[in-house]
Design a protein around this ligand. Structure first.
Ligand code: URA
Length: 206
């Protein structure tokens, strides 16, 4: 099965998912979007109000900032795959519960296997905590373990702040977020070759 067929199949299952109670209150599930062979796959937390309305990830305020920061790091948003740990909006934007994260984790792992990115970027604590044990990531908070590539065989994992967290502390976190993404982009260019987006490795040195 080709990778896009695989992603469509996962998407169809998410659209009809009733595995946790969040399906009752959702307007639209938000499976994720991006090229089926994207070298970077970004993982957020959960859809908010605008995502629930539109069925698209990161279209609210945090999403606009994410788009800007990706551009600043040298990649258009349309060149990366963007999804979240859970695919349906929790009421009132509360944090996802353990059972909801567990019910949704299989979809995320299948999406990663289908896209086969070079780097999976975990944005924020919910993304970090949901995969920390699965991928045996080091302990410590985001400030401590971000900005490093953890090799997990088929792909590398990079931890960074959630764009909503960047919104609350822009001066400090925005440059960090951009530098973390640049590290991921550099790795992608190394692996996929300089043809990807016409980027040259030397643009990412130093
Ligand atoms: N925040 C997330 O973590 N995911 C979205 O899709 C939107 C906002």
């Amino acid at each position: 099965m080709k990778v896009n067929e695989e992603l469509s199949r996962i998407r169809a299952r998410i659209m009809n998912c009733t595995a946790c109670p969040l399906h009752v209150g959702r307007k639209n599930p938000v499976p994720g979007e991006g090229p089926a062979d994207a070298p970077l796959l970004l993982v957020g937390e959960a859809p908010g109000r605008e995502e629930d309305e539109t069925g698209r990830p990161f279209v609210g305020m945090a999403g606009r900032l994410l788009t800007e920061m990706l551009k600043e790091a040298g990649v258009p948003r349309s060149s990366v795959y963007i999804t979240s740990v859970i695919k349906c909006r929790p009421p009132g934007n509360r944090n996802p519960k353990k059972g909801e994260i567990e019910a949704c984790r299989g979809y995320l792992l299948e999406q990663i296997a289908a896209v086969r990115p070079e780097v999976v970027v975990l944005m924020g604590n919910v993304a970090l905590n949901s995969l920390k044990e699965v991928w045996k990531l080091p302990g410590g908070n985001i400030g401590e373990i971000s900005g490093e590539l953890y090799d997990r065989g088929d792909f590398k994992v990079l931890v960074t702040y959630h764009p909503a967290g960047v919104l609350r502390d822009r001066r400090r976190k925005r440059p960090l977020f951009v530098s973390h993404i640049r590290l991921a982009v550099k790795e992608a260019v190394k692996k996929r070759g300089e043809g990807w987006l016409g980027l040259r490795l030397e643009e990412f040195e130093g």
